[in-house]
Design a protein. Structure first.
Length: 357
């Protein structure tokens, strides 16, 4: 845990230092504009509550103007926003894709206009992106899987009936998350210790659809489940809502991701067994640092030390380190300033004190 947190802190510090340097040499970049397209406001609270805030702050520190818009889950709107930004003369386009095909079309158009693109959080498969900034998403999935195993062991369950509630099939991250948690759980499934009752993806990360799918999974399991491997907290909490109706919440291990206020509260109450914290501020700072480098004609590759193959090219990448979260270390998220203690602990102060949040 210490090594992981130190890795996050080091990346964050480097990004902040870099941006501070840009602020003192930003005269030539002051009139430049960066376009950012966020994917939606429904699948996860992070896009509007965290990413927008941290990206705005990072570009303000760099004295670079930025236009951040949200496609609200609409592919046509995504492409329209991109066209408007390119027509307005943005120098760099940062995007969180809704699917690879539509994002590739935008990237190809930007490339023809000489505008570099940065994939933010989600990789565009077979795209022409200039850079990719995200987390090690297979590692995210491994943390989810390990958290489920730990939870089941803590309940003294040597055998378990589990379901996979996967993310959107059009999101490459969801594929990577599943690759990660399946790599942890598959050996136990093959050894007949765990039984995989169902394995279903949720279109568009839609939480309402996720709850419907989980209700079907629970029915398929005959109401007897030990764990829900859900790809993020939106889906995990949707499953918890159904589990509450049958008084199974807290008796079934449920994973999450994103370390939202609601997710952390559910961790403390025992409704979620584990989640994954991704330091979005570090991610936003890294993307901003790359964009400012590109605007100023500096080699952004000095920041992007990794390479990720998108199916066509090896994309220079910044990959940050995720952290697994349980009751024992919710305080890590608070200490990093990602969530406020007052928000997480409202109405559950006794639990926060018990777990030293």
């Amino acid at each position: 845990m210490t090594k992981r947190r130190n890795a996050i802190t080091a990346v964050l510090a480097a990004a902040v230092l870099a941006l501070t340097g840009f602020a003192t040499t930003s005269a030539s970049a002051a009139g430049a504009q960066v376009g950012v397209i966020l994917p939606d406001a429904a699948s996860s609270a992070r896009w509007e509550t965290s990413d927008r805030t941290f990206l705005n702050a990072a570009f303000k520190a760099a004295n670079v103007t930025v236009n951040i818009q949200n496609a609200n889950g609409d592919v046509a709107a995504f492409q329209t926003i991109a066209d408007q930004m390119l027509t307005a003369g943005v120098k760099v386009l940062i995007m969180v894709n809704l699917d690879s095909a539509s994002a590739k079309a935008v990237q190809d158009k930007a490339k023809k206009q000489g505008v570099p693109t940065i994939d933010y959080d989600r990789l565009t498969l077979n795209g022409s992106e200039s850079y990719y900034v995200s987390f090690d998403n297979v590692a995210v999935g491994k943390l989810q899987g390990k958290g489920i195993v730990s939870c089941l062991a803590g309940m003294h369950k040597k055998t378990a009936r589990i379901v996979y509630l996967n993310g959107s099939p059009t999101d490459n991250n969801a594929t990577l998350f599943k690759q990660g948690y399946d790599s942890v759980l598959r050996p136990l499934i093959n050894a007949k210790k765990y039984t995989l009752v169902d394995d279903t993806a949720v279109p568009g990360w839609d939480n309402a659809k996720g709850q419907t799918i989980f209700e079907q999974q629970l029915s398929k399991a005959g109401g007897k489940l030990d764990a829900v491997v859900s790809a993020n907290e939106g889906l995990g909490l949707a499953a918890v809502a159904t589990l509450k109706k049958t008084h199974l919440n807290g008796k079934v291990c449920v994973s999450g991701q994103d370390a939202s206020v609601d997710g952390l509260r559910a961790i403390l109450t025992g409704d979620l067994s584990n989640t994954v914290y991704k330091a979005v501020k570090a991610e936003a700072n890294a993307a901003a640092a790359l964009a400012v480098d590109l605007i100023q004609g500096k080699p952004g590759s000095t920041l992007a030390k990794a390479k990720v193959n998108n199916g066509t090219i090896n994309v220079p990448s910044v990959l940050l380190v995720p952290v697994g979260i349980t009751k024992a270390n919710v305080k890590v998220v608070i200490a990093d300033g990602f969530q406020k203690r007052a928000d997480v602990c409202k109405g559950i102060e006794a639990l926060c004190k018990r777990y030293k949040v």
